[in-house]
Design a protein around this ligand. Structure first.
Ligand code: HDE
Length: 703
């Protein structure tokens, strides 16, 4: 047992029983026998064979040989954290009996695992992909898992197609290339033949597929679920997570470079934010649809390739989740956590969405192979805080010592226990079902394009440019020109101008005419850029400095930005102390050569003629600034620092006096030291909060 402070909640206090701390302990075998030597095996004479007697050697090697488990077949790469969820009020009481959603006095412990989908466990974080957003609520009524994604729609409508879809997107089977990427023939072959993928493909080509941070992405339950109230009345529900830090993305060139500079970029960001006390927060919201409105939409509520536009059914805020505790052991917690869509609690039930129905089979099945047997719910991270009593027995890894003789129900031997409860039980929603047993997709699932068009129409111009570039990149990597052509013809069903733009970039014949007129409708809530949340806290700002830097200016800037919640680092040409021009102590937090501009949100070049001269003649420094500019990031310079911007081809209006100039996210002033105006810091802070300036040339070529 560890000597941690007071447990945070019921789950934390339960986990405390499983924690092991080796501090002040002696090395032992698994049997608790102390060993005095673990570096040499027992052998016959110094140079003779290893002896069977060496139980320590055999145990150590055997355990090592067995220390891998199968990675998740999808969502293998992930990162997790603990936290709590709390409802705002009792306003959902008319709809559900689940107290964690209706009782504001209940703080429910949660574990969340974020993930990419296609890549292996060791793949890079910033690939173009959907992100998993799976939440386990340890409620007092048992575990509820909301196993969602950061897109509100999925690629297929019926779970029987899941293996086909996953086989198409995973690395190709002959050479296992490419890793964690959708830019290859088999995926686009599949897409070109399966129009139902088109809506989710639009999301995949959008900025949503390269989130800046797990802390800055939305989450969606995707399916229509059902809330059930005390009278047994059902209400359709879609779940939404909205990040309080806003929804923000990387740019594609940056994402690719980060994959090399820091493959753990999103994982590290989550870990470091929580470790620094900046636990990320999301608001849970619901869209509610009464049962008598089921058929009032142009699409089928059971079709997971569709959103309910927020302008049609607004999202109602329900409560807030904060993630504030990092796991202590990646394997034990993040790797062994087992989510399952069928883990529901009284008050939440399923619908007949065929994708959800398939998932309700698949998740339990997958845990059996992944975690090695039917007792995985006893692994610490998976255990409910609600008491568990049943007649399930034995199996690999049974941890519990069941004392009652009767492992069957009904019994008199066991005094009839565990007894059947008569309150707070899970009651399946009594839906009336009639129909023939047929293998056929519902007619109401046949419109694959309208919402893909809706998504396209809802984007701002920069978002549209990014989508065109993403299609060109992805299809440009497809070797088979027939697949490229067929994909463009599918895109033509979404929007003719989009298809022509994509075609122009990938050397295929642009479709000569429209196959479906664009319906012209849009849903502004689908855009990330229309109403962005602008916050500077936890943004990473780099200050480039060398000997001779304006120490006073750097100190003021660092202090003022830190006070606003930004994380500021001084990057030197080498690690350690920097000799400032004014004697003010400046220390490099890192050497520039160990990082890259893609790892920061913004960059500042301070004054100091010698410092700027040294930076000008340094390739890392020049590349740092010009790359940040190219990626649309806020760039600032003061005093002589402006000279470095000129060398780095930072275009636009740069200050020629102490007055602060702002042009497309570039903030400058010739002032320095104690003269550095507050307005300079204010303006720059606003730009950092804004995240990017999309009015710069980012390399998009219009067709
Ligand atoms: Fe999953 N999915 N999925 N999925 N999924 C898995 O479960 C599956 C789908 C999602 O962090 C697997 O434990 C089928 C939609 C997340 O541990 C597996 C179908 C959505 C995670 C599986 C889907 C998701 C998974 C792999 C189509 C968004 C990671 C390992 C019918 C709403 C959970 C595992 C974690 C993981 C099956 C479609 C989200 C094989 C059959 C739609 C976030 O069971």
């Amino acid at each position: 047992m560890s000597d941690r402070a007071e447990p945070h909640d019921a789950k934390d206090s339960q986990l405390e029983h499983s924690r092991v701390d080796d501090t002040d302990a002696h090395l032992t075998t698994q049997q608790g026998i102390k060993v005095d030597h673990t570096d040499d095996s027992l052998s016959a004479g110094g140079r003779g064979p290893t002896l069977m007697d060496d139980f320590h050697f055999r145990e150590k090697l055997t355990h090592f040989d067995h220390e891998r488990i199968p990675e998740r077949v999808v969502h293998a790469r992930g990162a997790g954290a603990y936290g709590t969820f709390q409802a705002y009020d009792a306003s959902l009481s008319d709809y559900t009996v689940a107290p964690f959603l209706t009782d504001p006095s209940v703080k429910t412990p949660v574990f969340v695992r974020f993930s990419t989908v296609a890549g292996s466990r060791g793949s890079a974080d910033t690939v173009r992909d959907v992100r998993g957003f799976a939440t386990k609520f340890y409620t007092e009524q048992g575990n509820y898992d909301l196993v969602g994604n950061n897109f509100p729609v999925f690629f297929i409508q019926d779970g029987i197609k899941f293996p086909d879809f996953v086989h198409a997107v995973k690395p190709e089977p002959h050479n296992e290339i490419p890793q964690a990427a959708s830019a290859h023939d088999t995926l686009w072959d599949f897409v070109s033949l399966q129009p139902e993928t088109l809506h989710a493909i639009m999301w995949l080509m959008s900025d949503r597929a390269i989130p800046r941070s797990y802390r800055m992405m939305q989450g969606f339950g995707v399916h229509t679920f059902r809330l059930v109230n005390a009278e047994g009345r059902g209400t359709f529900v879609k779940f939404h997570w909205t990040p309080l830090l806003g929804t923000h993305s990387l740019v594609w060139d940056e994402a690719q470079k980060i994959a090399g500079a820091d493959a753990d970029f999103n994982r590290r960001d989550l870990w470091e934010a929580i470790a620094a006390g900046n636990g990320p927060e999301w608001e849970l919201g619901v869209q509610l649809v009464s049962e008598n409105e089921e058929f009032e939409f142009e699409f089928d509520l059971l079709d997971a390739t569709k959103v309910i536009p927020e302008e049609v059914v607004p999202v109602r805020p329900v409560g807030r989740m904060v993630l504030n505790r990092n796991p202590e052991n990646f394997f034990a917690e993040t790797e062994q956590v087992a989510f399952h869509t069928a883990n529901v609690v009284p008050g939440i039930d399923f619908t007949n969405d065929p994708l959800l129905q398939a998932r309700n089979f698949s998740y339990l099945d997958t845990q059996l192979i992944r975690l090695g047997g039917p007792n995985f719910a006893q692994i610490p991270v998976n255990r409910p805080v609600a008491p568990v009593h049943n007649n399930q027995r034995d199996g690999y890894g049974q941890q519990r010592i069941h004392r009652n003789r009767a492992a069957y129900s009904e019994s008199t031997v066991g005094g009839g226990c565990p007894a059947i409860a008569d309150s707070e039980v899970f009651k399946h929603y009594t839906e009336k079902i009639e129909g023939h047993k047929i293998r056929q997709r519902s007619e109401s699932f046949q419109d694959h394009y309208s919402q893909a068009t809706l998504f396209w129409n809802s984007m701002t111009d920069p978002e549209k440019a990014h989508i065109v570039d993403a299609f060109r990149f992805e299809l440009g990597k497809v070797g088979d020109m027939d697949i490229r052509q067929r994909a463009v013809e599918q895109i033509n069903n979404v929007d003719h101008s989009l298809a022509r733009e994509v075609a122009a970039g990938i050397g295929v014949v642009p479709p000569s005419q429209e196959t479906r007129p664009n319906h012209g409708q849009s849903s502004p809530a689908l855009s990330q850029l229309r109403e962005p949340v602008e916050r500077i806290d936890t943004r990473q700002v780099a200050i480039l400095a060398a000997d001779g830097v304006d120490g006073g200016g750097v100190t003021k800037l660092r202090r003022d930005l830190s006070q606003r919640g930004a994380s500021v680092e001084v990057l030197g040409l080498a690690d350690g102390g920097i000799r400032s021009a004014d004697g003010v102590e400046v220390k490099a937090d890192r050497a520039m050569s160990t990082v890259a501009s893609v790892l920061y949100d913004a960059v500042v070049v301070p004054c100091g003629p010698d410092s700027v001269a040294a930076l000008k003649s340094n390739g890392h420094a020049r590349h740092f600034v010009s790359e940040a500019f190219k990626h649309g990031k806020p760039v600032a310079a003061f005093g002589k620092g402006i000279d470095l911007l000129r060398v780095c081809e930072v275009f636009g209006q740069l200050a020629d006096s102490g007055a602060v100039a702002l042009d497309r996210g570039v903030v400058t002033t010739t002032a320095m030291g104690n003269e550095l105006p507050d307005e300079f810091v204010d303006r720059f802070a606003q730009q950092v909060a804004k995240h990017r300036s999309w009015d710069r040339d980012t390399g998009h070529i219009a067709a």
